[in-house]
Design a protein around this ligand. Structure first.
Ligand code: GDP
Length: 194
C-alpha cells in the first residue's frame, strides 16, 4: 500500500493544512487531550497518516513530549517501507528563531532531527513552510533562505523548490504544496489526486 505521513510541531497549522488538502475526508482538528496515536484516513488507495504534534504543548510535561517523539520515530521505523512520502509542516516565520534557540543550548531542534531522520530511513520528505501570509513580500525570500540553511539545504532556497513549499493554509494558498504532491504522485504514476 501507499502511505503519506504528515508530521510537525504542535500549532504549526498541520490540521488546517490537512483540511485544505483533503477536506472532510481526513479526520483532523483538535483532538481532545493529547493523543499519542497517529490518525489515519484512506483517500482512494492512499493512506494519509497524521502524526501527533510534537514539541512544546502547554500543560504537557517534557516527558510526554519525549514519548510523542519516540512513538513517532518508532512508527516511522516500523512503516518506513510503505511510507512513500513525508510532509514536515513547519511554522515558517517562527522556524529560524526556534532552531536558533535550540542551537544556543547545543541541542538539535525536533523539526530538524525529524527531517534528517525521515531522509535517513529513505523517505522522500517535503517541507511545508506554513503561515507565509504573515511574511512581508520583501522578507519572503530572505526568510526562506534562512529556513533552508537551518535544514542543511544551502541557500538560495529556490534551489530546493522540489523540497520546500511555502504555503498559507489559513488563506488557502496551497499551490506550492499541491504542486509538489502532484509531481511526486505523478512520478509514482498516481495522477488521480490533487
Ligand atoms: P496544528 O496544531 O498544527 O494542527 O495547528 P492548527 O491547524 O490547529 O493551527 C494552529 C493555529 O495556527 C490556529 O490558530 C490557526 O488558525 C493558525 N494557522 C494555521 N495555518 C495558518 C496560516 O497559514 N497562517 C496563519 N497566520 N495562521 C495559521
Amino acid at each position: 500500500s501507499f502511505e503519506i505521513i504528515f508530521v510537525g510541531r504542535s500549532n504549526v497549522g498541520k490540521s488546517s493544512l490537512l483540511r485544505e488538502l483533503f477536506g472532510a475526508k481526513v479526520r483532523v482538528g483538535k483532538r481532545p487531550g493529547v493523543t499519542l496515536r497517529p490518525a489515519h484516513a484512506q483517500v482512494s488507495d492512499m493512506l494519509i497518516t497524521d502524526m501527533p504534534g510534537f514539541g512544546f504543548m502547554s500543560g504537557v510535561k517534557d516527558r510526554k513530549q519525549d514519548i510523542v517523539k519516540d512513538k513517532t520515530v518508532h512508527y516511522i521505523e516500523d512503516n518506513a517501507k510503505k511510507i512513500k512520502l513525508g510532509v514536515l509542516v513547519i511554522d515558517g516565520p517562527a522556524f529560524p528563531q526556534i532552531v536558533d534557540r535550540w542551537d544556543s543550548r547545543d541541542q538539535i531542534p525536533i523539526d530538524v532531527e525529524m527531517f534528517d531522520f525521515l531522509r535517513e530511513v529513505g523517505i522522500d520528505t517535503i517541507i511545508a513552510a506554513n503561515k507565509m501570509d504573515k511574511v512581508k513580500e520583501s522578507e519572503y525570500d530572505p526568510l526562506l533562505d534562512e529556513i533552508a540553511a537551518r535544514l542543511g539545504l544551502e541557500p538560495p532556497w529556490q534551489n530546493w523548490k522540489h523540497i520546500i513549499a511555502p504555503i498559507s493554509a489559513k488563506k488557502g494558498d496551497m499551490k506550492a504544496l499541491k504542486g509538489l504532491l502532484r509531481d511526486r504522485l505523478h512520478e509514482m504514476k498516481r495522477d488521480d489526486l490533487f
